[in-house]
Design a protein around this ligand. Structure first.
Ligand code: DX5
Ligand code: ZN
Length: 219
């Protein structure tokens, strides 16, 4: 069994004390910090931008896994790179030229990710799979935490797992949305490397972050 990394989504954290929340996630053995950036246009919700991410940078050495749900994304990539993102993930629908946006991310020495909405075909990412570090499979429609996991999205995970293994590519597979202790195992079996989780990590077991991260890893 591959070892699974956990990327807690701070969308479910207390936004008035994000620095503390991030330090608590590091103590609880999170592997990455998932930061959902929403613009109220590409998705119907609004969160934080590069100014906040830059301020959060000093609270942890864990990699910032920045999920950009903004459109048009290309001209803002630089701001997130300079704010301290380690992985920058974009949606194909949010850029005129996916390959050039991937190159833009790489030009700042950042890891590049491409995210597929539940209705977006895996064909959108296959042509650039060899160029990227991460595929983020959305298992809910992006915009809000606490939604129900869409099981059909695991089919894309299986296709990508095969393709990545067959071609010996470096891209990791991450899944985002509605992950809980039950479906985490299904996602791992389908071939996921990284689980994103907000609601489960921050709300189950009275918010016991360490226990919840451990349960997602081993369950
Ligand atoms: C949804 C976000 C997710 C979300 C996950 O648009 O991309 O990262 O915060 O939250 P849960 O785990 O609550 O579905
Ligand atoms: Zn996300």
């Amino acid at each position: 069994m591959r070892s699974i990394k956990i990327s807690p989504s701070i969308l479910s954290a207390d936004f008035s004390r994000l620095g503390d929340e991030i330090q608590n996630l590091e103590k609880a053995q999170a592997d990455l910090i998932h930061i959902d950036v929403m613009d109220g246009h590409f998705v119907p919700n609004l969160t934080i931008g590069p100014v906040v991410i830059k301020k959060l940078r000093k609270y942890t050495n864990l990699p910032f896994d920045v999920h950009l749900m903004i459109s048009p994304v290309h001209k803002y990539i630089k701001n997130y790179a300079e704010a301290g993102a380690n992985i920058i993930t974009i949606h194909p629908e949010a850029t005129e030229n996916l390959e050039s946006s991937i190159k833009e991310i790489k030009s700042y020495n950042k890891k590049a990710g491409v995210s597929l909405n539940p209705e977006t075909s895996v064909d959108k990412v296959l042509p650039v799979l060899h160029l990227i570090d991460l595929v983020l499979i959305m298992s809910v429609n992006p915009g809000f935490g606490g939604q129900k996991f869409m099981e059909k999205t695991l089919e894309k995970v299986k296709i990508l797992r095969k393709e990545i293994d067959k071609k010996k590519l470096k891209a990791e597979i991450e899944i985002d949305g509605g992950i809980n202790f039950e479906n985490a195992k299904k996602a791992k079996d389908a071939g996921v490397d990284i689980l994103v989780s907000g609601t489960t990590i921050f709300q189950e077991n009275e918010g016991d972050l360490k226990r919840n991260i451990q349960l997602l890893k081993t369950g």
